[in-house]
Design a protein around this ligand. Structure first.
Ligand SMILES: Cc1cc2nc3c(=O)[nH]c(=O)nc-3n(C[C@H](O)[C@H](O)[C@H](O)COP(=O)(O)O)c2cc1C
Length: 542
């Protein structure tokens, strides 16, 4: 159950069932597709996994047609980024927990290089017969890396004003437009304050085919997850560099896509991140944004289209600055039922007692755990992980700061001092409520798409949300936001685990089975994300 604060009136959102009879609302839905909530439910329900859907899906991986994992602009000269970067010295467990609020800090070319490398750079290479796989700083479904990074900036130390594309393959920038184009994003976001004062604005896009090659129409969820893990790194690095950063999901889609001149059948803007703060707003947007018509290397011989994603993207698009301004802020407040079961307060150790490994080293050693050791972690470690990852994500849809859309449910297999069972995490109380006691290893494995990882981990953390309340407040765009927030929290859990010398992996899941497992507490919610935490078996062997 959620309490909705005044937002229904301002957006004139009603439950889908009540749309049907009203000609006025029907015409509003035509002009503002974001309000037709049926689009989100249709996409969500059609992309659920179940034992039946997995067993009856004839899809196979066409290796001969595997997409490239980079956007390549062959005709543009690279501008190589500085590779010698100094370590910030900021502990990862602080960097993931803290947020820098506006402080007149401006990035230079070195800090841009650090931000990009530690969020989307190539950190590991693995050679297979006939091919090489490039792993990146943040976890990504299928290692397919469908999120591309672009940014626009004013004139900065070491970098001219422009619109740039980040190319991880040669660790370079390609300048797509010269001159300061931040004004376009100020207009597109209806002058969102962090954007209006940002010296640097990162634009994250999703390329459909690169991920849909494996995951088909479920890829649109992955945009949120994979963009989110990347942003967990970007936010942590911004904190380490003392730069304020804020995620912005509310923007006029067509304006952002036009600035990048995207072929929107194939690639679309998904989120923005304002970085740094200057008092002076940027110059106004140029009156004309000419098309770029830049050549890019085809990702594959042929691409398969999954229209459900493009349709949902259109249905969650915001069409005007007025619509963006009405969309922004005021997160619905979840009414959490008081604990009915045994309550176990977190016991995070004193800051001096937790590892202080710098964020850069933790990102470099992060990787998804391929096998867990079935060994216990300590309650102090679990407490640290939860305490450090849920302190608030700076985002335009999380207002006031500290609001959230997702709630955490845990299956605890092996945590010293905590009886195995299913738990709900009461964030405000900083406590776990025992929902049911028992050894649920085999159930966790089943819920995680019948994989060993969630069964062998010490804890499986599920993120669930009251989707209906979120959609009522934010329209279909709320679906993008809830997936993105989950990805950020999942990314922080990854970094927190590796900071504690533990392992982690994101996982996919049987949507409705997860809700059933945690019901009656979770009844009516939707499953958004899963991450497993524990000790890596490889580490033990080594
Ligand atoms: C949201 C998410 C879901 C994932 N789901 C699975 C999964 O179901 N099974 C699995 O083995 N790995 C899963 N992974 C791990 C990815 O395969 C892994 O991140 C990718 O191969 C890149 O490797 P790295 O994380 O070691 O850098 C998932 C990762 C993310 C971020």
């Amino acid at each position: 159950m959620w309490f909705n604060s005044a937002s229904l009136d301002s957006l004139r959102l009603v439950r889908p069932n009540s749309f049907s009879g009203s000609p006025v609302l029907r015409s509003t839905m035509t002009t503002m597709p974001n309000l037709d909530l049926q689009a989100a439910w249709t996409y969500h329900n059609a992309t659920k996994h179940s034992a039946l859907s997995i067993r009856t899906n004839p899809h196979f991986l066409d290796w001969a047609n595997q997409p490239l994992s980079f956007n390549i602009y062959p005709k543009l000269e690279p501008l190589t980024l500085p590779r010698e970067v100094r370590e910030s010295g900021v502990a990862a467990l602080s960097a993931i927990a803290e947020t820098i609020h506006p402080n007149n800090a401006v990035p230079d070319l070195n800090s841009i290089s650090q931000l990009l490398y530690f969020s989307a750079g190539i950190t590991r290479r693995r050679t297979y017969p006939g091919s090489q796989l490039y792993f990146r700083a943040a976890a990504c479904t299928g290692a397919l890396y469908e999120i591309e990074l672009y940014f626009t900036c004013g004139s900065l130390a070491g970098l001219e004003a422009g619109l740039y594309h980040f190319a991880p393959a040669d660790f370079g920038l390609r300048r797509l437009r010269t001159g300061d184009h931040r004004g376009v994003l100020v207009e597109a976001t209806a002058a969102e304050p962090s954007i209006a004062h940002a010296p640097l604005i990162v634009i994250c896009t999703g390329t459909y085919w690169r991920n849909a090659w494996k995951y088909q129409a479920r890829t649109y969820r992955h945009f949120g997850w994979d963009n989110g893990t990347l942003l967990a790194n970007l936010l942590a690095m911004s904190t380490a560099l003392d730069l304020p950063a804020k995620i912005v999901c509310g923007f006029v889609d067509a304006e952002v896509n036009r600035l990048l001149d995207l072929d929107t059948q194939r690639e679309v803007g998904f989120s923005l991140v304002a970085i740094g703060h200057v008092a002076e707003p940027p110059p106004s947007a140029p009156t004309e944004i000419p098309p770029l018509r830049l050549e890019t290397v085809p990702l594959s011989r042929k691409e398969v289209d999954y229209p459900a994603m493009r349709e949902f993207h259109a249905a969650s698009s915001l069409l005007s600055p007025e619509e963006v301004a009405a969309w922004r802020g005021e997160t619905p407040i979840a009414i959490i039922k008081g604990p009915a079961g045994k309550v176990v307060p977190l016991e995070p150790p004193e800051p001096a007692e937790v590892p202080h490994d710098p964020i850069e080293r933790v990102i470099l050693r992060r990787g998804s755990t391929r096998q867990f050791a079935r060994e216990p972690i300590t309650f102090a470690q679990l407490s640290t992980l939860l305490d450090r990852t849920i302190r608030g994500v700076p985002a335009d849809f999380l207002d006031p700061f500290g609001a959230r859309l997702n709630q955490l449910y845990l299956i605890v297999h092996a945590v010293e001092g905590l009886c195995p069972g299913a738990y709900f995490f009461h964030r405000e109380r900083r406590a776990l409520e025992l929902l049911k006691e028992g050894d649920f290893r085999s159930q966790a494995g089943y819920l995680g798409l019948e994989q060993d990882l969630p069964a062998d981990a010490s804890v499986a953390v599920f993120l669930l949300a009251d989707l209906q309340a979120i959609l009522e407040r934010f329209g279909n765009r709320g679906y993008r936001s809830v997936q993105l927030e989950a990805g950020v929290i999942g990314g922080k859990l990854y970094l927190g685990a590796y900071a504690l010398h533990l392992g982690a992996t994101g996982l996919t899941f049987y949507d409705d089975e997860v809700v059933r497992f945690f019901s009656p507490h979770a009844a009516g919610k939707s499953t958004i994300f899963l991450v497993a935490l524990g000790k890596s078996a490889k580490r033990r062997a080594g």
